[in-house]
Design a protein around this ligand. Structure first.
Ligand SMILES: [Zn+2]
Length: 479
């Protein structure tokens, strides 16, 4: 059973999706005014492990990650660079995907951008005003926190002492607000040269929090399964998202809230002024490999603080190299003959046609138990290293059967659907992937789309898969 530590309940809970056929997940993505740094990447790798674990457990997942492409900092920096904001953000969005791919993160299924959801934001704000959760002050619109008794249920912050009209000034807007806790949903913009939208609620631009309420509910429904992000977003961002969304719909918003803990660099908070601020490309320029960075980021369970050190990064590089060497040795020793025997028998780790070596069976069970326990990646990694140790010992003694080698490879590849630390060019296609392509080729042939069918044949050939058209259908074998 998959379990998550839910920030909302403060408890470890069994995961039960709203719709068994489709788990809906939202991750608060980056604000694109700069290159993403390794702190951002910790959150992204955590979300990637979360999505991959859900798929490993057999769920279909719809993963939405927003891009915040309008915000005060973006507007300021775009103006400094003398660029329209779309041109300014384009460079950082492109860099984001490059880093994302290099880090082995599966791209989200849906990537909403804030500037494309202004109408949805306006609609929510109008509903909030009708329901008494929002008010207009000097053209800007604020959320009335006092109207939402559940405020604070995520962050567990006690606001009891912080009453309306408190003298403490929390921001420059205080004079315009009824209560210091209230936050902006819509900021009025009078200057015609400033970035703004003309809407039914006036000329202005949205607050950051309303962007996520609009983009998540539009794409995933008013109530969805999982909302993820970094721990620094719990308050005020996620607390405010809940107040806005539940205030507008009267329904629960996200059911499970998962937050990645802080990342420090060499024991200190990362900051540009300390000189310990690293983007992904800074580390690549220093000669580190993307897979080592990924390994280090996932080696500490997401809910524990991670201390990013260069010693740890070098150790991660060694660990990945040794695992890749292990896999290569195993691959080389699994003979063609054994591979053919196995595909002809239709055997596989789930096929039950032969026995998996007992230590490999234990490894996949330990891995599953670890990753299912609130994504405990350190237990999962221990299982893969134990499997490598035991197999290496048997390989050295040359007392491991070819079929067992194939079976261990399958276990390893199954684990790697979550970890994604072996490189793609070394990965053999899974039987199911081959079958899917063969089916697509047959379909193309039925349509008499021979160009497509040849393309698929060539693609399979490039992967070392040879097709044979026989009277009884298509047969395939590995080169
Ligand atoms: Zn957000």
């Amino acid at each position: 059973m998959l379990k998550f530590n839910n920030t909302l309940s403060g408890k470890l809970e069994d995961f039960t999706p709203i719709d068994e056929a489709n788990v809906r997940l939202y991750f608060c993505g980056p604000t694109v005014y700069d290159f993403a740094h390794i702190g951002n990447f910790r959150s992204m790798v955590f979300t990637d492990i979360l999505v991959r674990t859900l798929r490993f457990k057999g769920y279909n997942v719809t993963h939405a990650m927003n891009i915040t492409d309008v915000e005060d900092k973006i507007i300021r920096r775009a103006a400094d660079a003398n660029l329209p904001i779309d041109d300014f953000t384009a460079k950082y969005i492109e860099a984001l995907w490059q880093d994302f791919d290099a880090l082995g993160c599966a791209r989200p299924d849906i990537v909403p951008r804030a500037t494309h959801y202004i109408d949805e934001m306006v609609a929510i704000i109008q509903t909030l005003m009708e329901r008494g959760h929002a008010y207009n002050s000097e053209g800007s619109i604020y959320y009335r926190v006092a109207s939402f008794p559940d405020y604070g249920k995520l962050s567990k912050i006690n606001f009891a002492g912080n009453i309306a009209g408190a003298s403490e000034r929390v921001d420059a807007d205080t004079d315009a607000k009824e209560d210091a806790r209230d936050f902006a949903l819509w900021k009025a913009v009078e200057d015609l040269n400033e970035v703004a939208w003309d809407t039914a609620i006036g000329r202005g631009r949205p607050g950051w929090h309303i962007e996520c309420s609009a983009m998540s509910m539009k794409n995933l429904g008013e109530t969805f399964d999982i909302h993820a992000g970094g721990v620094d977003l719990i308050f005020p961002h996620h607390e405010n998202e809940i107040a806005q969304s539940e205030g507008a719909t009267g329904k629960p918003f996200a059911r499970y809230w998962l937050h990645a803990a802080h990342l420090k660099v060499e024991g200190e908070t990362m900051s540009k002024s300390r000189g310990n601020f690293y983007t992904f490309r800074d580390l690549i320029e220093q000669g580190f490999k993307p897979e080592a960075i990924r390994y280090l980021l996932l080696s500490v369970p997401y809910n524990k603080p991670l201390n990013f050190t260069f010693d740890a990064l070098r150790a991660a590089e060694k660990a990945v190299t040794s695992l890749r060497d292990f896999r290569r040795r195993l691959l080389e020793s699994a003979t063609d003959e054994a591979a053919r025997a196995m595909t002809e028998e239709g055997a596989g780790i789930e096929g039950g046609r032969f026995d998996l070596p007992s230590f490999a069976g234990k490894a996949i069970r330990d891995f599953d138990a670890g990753i299912s326990d609130d994504l405990n990646t350190s237990v999962a990694l221990a299982a893969i290293h134990e499997l490598a140790r035991e197999t290496n010992r048997l390989l050295a003694e040359d007392c491991i059967a070819p079929l067992d080698r194939r079976a261990i490879l399958k276990v390893l590849d199954r684990m790697d659907t979550v970890l994604n630390i072996f490189s793609d060019d070394e990965r053999e296609m899974l039987d199911s992937e081959i079958q899917t392509l063969i089916d697509q080729r047959q379909e193309a042939r039925r349509r008499r789309d021979f160009r497509k069918s040849d393309e698929i044949r060539d693609e399979l050939l490039a992967q070392g898969i040879i097709l044979e058209d026989t009277r009884n259908g298509v047969r395939w074998k590995r080169k």
